[in-house]
Design a protein. Structure first.
Length: 209
């Protein structure tokens, strides 16, 4: 399976055709949050209509909480949800751990951990996490040098073959956290994206585009 991985559109969709051109043929889209810039949620339908399906999407901290309702209506919601495709279980937790800015969709670390534990409870075989927040210590560095990712995601990260995240605009790239691949595709409103390939054995390859 070959997926387009994108995040952080912030209501700017002008470069979606360019991203799709770079990506080529894909089997679906992994959408890691901040579809909008503080809403309105209906704005995100423009983006959903442009991306290859199936779409596995989580909200970001800058999305209104009711965007989950839109994603459900569009059969694209992965927030606190999971779906099995091609022998791989995709798990989603959107929003972010608390920020200093009081953005609309923030979760306490305990909420993130509880959601991940529940979703992983009966998973057999390889799993991939789609989260807006990165794990603490990996693809989460802001210009001051501080690491601001989620401790809960870092604690649970070893359960996943890969984590697709966003949130931290300055830390685009691909890293390893132990055996787990962590990718921040970069700000999609600037034309950044990634490709993720996965097979039923849990082999994962990631390329920034």
């Amino acid at each position: 399976m070959r997926f387009l991985a994108v995040t952080d559109f912030h209501s700017v969709y002008d470069l979606v055709p360019e991203i799709l051109g770079k990506a080529g043929a894909v089997d679906g889209t992994l959408l890691a949050g901040d579809l909008t810039e503080f809403g309105p949620s209906e704005k995100a339908k423009e983006l959903i209509d442009m991306l290859p399906r199936p779409i596995l999407a989580v909200p970001g901290n800058c999305d209104p909480r009711d965007i989950v309702d839109l994603l459900r209506r569009e059969d694209a919601n992965l927030h606190e949800n999971k779906i099995r495709l091609g022998g791989v279980t995709f798990i989603g937790v959107g929003g972010s751990n608390p920020t200093p800015f009081g953005t609309p969709f923030e979760l306490q670390e305990a909420e993130i951990k509880s959601a991940l534990e529940r979703l992983l409870n009966d998973v057999k075989g390889p799993a991939i996490l789609i989260s807006h927040a990165p794990p603490k210590g990996c693809r989460d560095r802001i210009p001051s040098g501080a690491h601001v990712g989620s401790e809960a995601i870092a604690q649970m990260g070893s359960r996943f073959k890969a984590i697709v995240c966003g949130h931290i605009h300055e830390d685009r790239g691909v890293s390893r956290m132990g055996e787990t691949i962590v990718v921040n595709p970069g700000v999609a409103s600037a034309g950044n994206a990634a490709l993720l390939e996965a097979d039923e054995s849990g082999n994962v390859k990631v390329e920034l585009i």
